[in-house]
Structures are given as C-alpha cells and as structure tokens.
Design a protein around this ligand. Structure first.
Ligand code: SF4
Length: 498
C-alpha cells in the first residue's frame, strides 16, 4: 500500500506549490479562480517563501512545481527559482506561457529548470482565446518556441471544453510539432470558475468517448516520441483511489496553507506557523480522518459539492467555538439563560476572552489544539474574570435589588475582594509557570513583572475600601491597567517567540 510507504518517508516526494493566486488571464475554467487582482491578501512574503524553500531543501524533497495563478507574475519569482534549484531540488514551472520571453527562457535554462508545462487549451486561435480570457494563442506558442530554443523540456496541458473537445487530435499533433515531450489532459472539473461558466464550457458527456478514443490512438501514434497522459477516471473514482493510496505529494497554497489534494477542500497545516515536518505528519493523519472519507461519500451523492472547493472545511471545532461565543454574547443578559443572573457572567466573560478566543483562532489558522495555547489563554481569561468581578463590587446593592446573582452578590463584597485579587494573581502566576514548563518564551516574564506593581496597587487601594464605592475606584482602575498592560505585553512577547 502506498499509504504505508508515505508513512515511511520523512517528507513528501513532490510538492505542488501555488506561489500566487494572481494571474494575467481569467480563464473560463480556472480551478483556482485566479485572475487580475486575485492575489490572496495574506500571500507569503519573500522571506516566508525563502524559509519554506530552505525547509524543502533541508528535507531533501526531490521535486517541486511552481504554479499559480501565474507563477511568473510574482516579483520574486526568479529569486525563488534560484534559491530552490541551487538547493538541488528539481523544479518544474506550470505557466500560461505569456511571460516566456527569450530572456526569461534563457534565465530558466541557466537556473537548471527541469521542465516547463504550458497550458494550451486548443489547437486554434478561436478556441484558445475563448477559454483563456485575455490570453493570446500566438503569444503562448511563441513562449513555447522560446522554451524549445533555450533547450528546456516542454509539457503541454489541455483542458477540454464544449468548444475545443473536438480539436483534441489536432492539439496532440500540435504539441508534438512544437517539441513537447508530454501531453496531459482529463475531464473538465466542476469547480472554480467552471461553476459559473459551466453552461458554455461543459462538454457534452456524449463527446467524451470519442475524446478518449482519439487520445488512445494518439498515445499509440506518438509512442517513443511524446508521452500522452489522460485520466478517464472521474473525480469521484480518483478520490476513492487516493483515499486508499495517498500520494506522497501535497499542495502549498499562496498563503502557506497546505491542502491534501486539489479536489478536496481540506487543509492540514500552515507553513507560516508549522514546520514542514509537522505539516507532513498532519498530512498523513488527515488522510485517515473520517471527515475526508465522509466528504468523498457525500460527493457520490452530490457531485456539486466540489463547486465549493475554496470554502475550507474547518471542521466541527470551529463551529463549536463560534457557537460558544454566540451563546455567551446572546444570553449574557438575554432570556432564557441570562448568565449574569445565574452567577455565571464573570466565568462566561473569562472563557470568551480567554480559551474560546485563543483556541478558536489557533484552530482557524492551524487546525490544531495545543495545551500551551490553552495555558496561555488563561492569562487574559483569568485577568478579565478578575476585572469583571472587581467591577461588580461597587454595584453590589443595585445588582442585588434587580436580582442579579453574580459572584459578588453570592459571595458578598468582602469575599468578592478576595476572589478578584486571587484570580488576577493567578493570571499573573500562569506566566512564570508557563515559562518553567517550557511553553512560553522567557521574555513573557516582563508582562508579569509589568502587571505585578498594578496588582499590588489594587490590593493596597482595595483592601479596606471594598464597602465604600467612591474610595474603591482606584482599586478597579489598577486592575483594568494590570489587565491591559499584562495581556498586551504577553501577546507581543508570545508573538516574538522570545
Ligand atoms: S492562466 Fe491558469 S491560473 Fe491563470 S486564470 Fe488561467 S487557468 Fe487560472
């Protein structure tokens, strides 16, 4: 089983990296919904991209492809190419061919590119230009000519549509004529831009048998001269096969997130925050996830669900965090629960601003849970619970009169004073505990040290004034400042990782 083989590997054998979602064209069938102005807002910076390249090199990943969008529109494209090829990784470029000038082809050749794949959806101006909005058939052909002159191996990719499917024989002949060594094709997928344009792009199902028969004949005709690859398998069959035989290949998106396979809306890690080794381990586990097999089963019943490939399946945890946050906000004073009237208002505030917010954000970005993050979330969580408690001390009589059963009403003001001081002290003490456990960066101690004088000030002001609201105000102010300063510094030093 290939599944077993992948678990024996320390890194993927092939990485398909979509280095940008920006593109000069806006093709009718584009699976990535790329186009002018379609770069992701959070695409990898040059520094982040170089960091990933260095990991690929270090892990001895043998082969990588750069695609997009149009990869050659990234300003640091040649820098990335140079860094990865100099590191000894075999690199292929997948492009629409419009930037393959003589000069660029020479640079690619000098940098040791293994192959360039150009999309050629048609053997005529009319069909190519119709499919490739803003594209020019002649320019793509010219780019391929420049590749040939530079001595770079050429691959051609062809996507069938209603208006070009009958040109398949001519397209294979053209690929051979212009010097390609491989030709790839398969069925048009119902996803990305094709969902919107299906009415004008989808071939008649009845045309496919002839399409594949022509490809079979062309495979024989060009045997030994050019390889013709085609997938007759529908998407569902292919995914079922992949479920049993996951390939040692993953896809990096322009923002560093990693997808299992293009046809599934699942990410399994984020190379902005995780190492390649972590993502590789998560990738292997993700293929065993019941969510993945359930999605493929759902696809059998409803082929249209792949039309939502770009709506990531974040899974039940994110739904749970969202519901918890909603329940806290809606029912804080609202019926039927009214947390604040049940003595649970402070706790709900602490959970919302602490664990739910931190763990929800962590899951959204990395799809993981971490005990370190849970401990870190207790710093803002406990401090804000203390703040909510101290704030109720001057309102003790009014709250009691209107039936609020908050913690101060339940425990009395004197005990409420002990509670807020204990909660805030605990919030500060979590920081050295996390450092001691090796979970927090050492510099976070500065956050605790900054908050400590304010906590002492609150203790001094509030120790004997809890029954006189006017005199108690400085105690509240100090805890508000303690919360704001400690959590801000804690977040900064956690972010710096030092
Ligand atoms: S050239 Fe490729 S990436 Fe660009 S819009 Fe067309 S299919 Fe999408």
């Amino acid at each position: 089983m290939e599944d077993k083989e992948t678990s024996d590997l320390g890194a993927p054998l092939y990485v398909a990296w979509q280095i940008t979602n920006e593109c000069n064209l806006a093709c009718l069938h584009c699976i990535e919904e790329s186009g002018p102005g379609k770069a992701f807002k959070d695409e990898l910076t040059t520094e982040q991209a170089y960091g990933i390249i260095d990991q690929l090199v270090k892990s001895e990943v043998p082969y990588v492809s750069f695609s997009g969008g149009e990869p050659m529109v990234r300003p640091d494209f040649f820098g990335m190419v140079e860094r990865i090829t100099k590191g000894g990784v075999g690199l292929k470029i997948e492009t629409n061919g419009h930037y393959l000038t003589k000069e660029n082809c020479k640079k690619l050749k000098d940098l040791g590119i293994k192959a360039v794949q150009v999309s050629l959806d048609g053997a005529s101006n009319a069909s190519f230009n119709k499919m490739r909005v803003h594209g020019r058939f002649e320019e793509a052909l010219n780019g391929i000519k420049n590749l040939r002159e530079a001595g770079i191996p050429i691959e051609i990719n062809f996507v069938p549509a209603r208006f070009n499917i009958k040109e398949i024989g001519a397209a294979v002949d053209l690929a051979h004529e212009i010097g390609a060594y491989s030709f790839y094709t398969g069925k048009l997928m119902f996803t990305g831009n094709a969902v919107r344009t299906w009415g004008i792009t989808a071939p008649d199902e009845a045309d496919y048998p002839e399409f594949f028969a022509t490809l079979k004949a062309k495979t024989d005709q060009y045997k030994g001269k050019m390889r013709v690859y085609y997938h007759e398998m529908g998407l569902l069959d292919e995914l079922r096969y992949r479920l049993l035989n996951p390939a040692a290949l993953f896809i990096i998106l322009p923002n560093g997130k990693v997808k299992l396979i293009n046809a599934l809306p699942f990410t399994c890690g984020d190379l902005k925050t995780d190492t390649l080794g972590q993502v590789w381990a998560q990738f292997q586990k993700a293929w065993q996830s019941p969510r993945v097999s359930a999605f493929i089963d759902r696809l059998a019943e409803d082929p249209n669900i792949v039309s939502r490939l770009h709506q990531w399946e974040e899974g039940w945890p994110i739904v749970l965090y969202t519901l918890l946050g909603g329940a806290a906000a809606v029912w804080y004073v609202g019926p039927p629960i009214r947390w604040v009237y049940r003595g649970l208002g402070e706790t709900v505030i602490g959970l919302s601003y602490g664990p739910w917010m931190v763990l929800g954000s962590l899951h959204l970005h990395t799809h993981r849970f971490s005990w370190g993050a849970l401990l870190a979330s207790l710093v803002p969580g406990l401090l804000i619970t203390a703040l909510a408690t101290v704030n109720n001390i001057p309102d003790f009589h009014q709250d009691r009169l209107v039936g609020k059963k908050n913690l101060v009403v339940r425990l009395g003001r004197k005990n409420g004073r002990v509670l807020y001081l204990a909660l805030s002290a605990l919030g500060l003490l979590i920081i050295p505990a996390g450092i001691f456990a090796g979970l927090f960066p050492k510099l976070t101690i500065l956050a605790a040290l900054a908050g400590l004088p304010l906590w002492i000030l609150s203790l001094r002001h509030g120790r004997d004034t809890w029954d006189t609201p006017r005199l108690f105000m400085p105690a509240i102010r100090s805890i508000v400042q303690c919360y704001a300063l400690t959590t801000a510094l804690f977040a900064v030093f956690m972010g710096l990782g030092r």
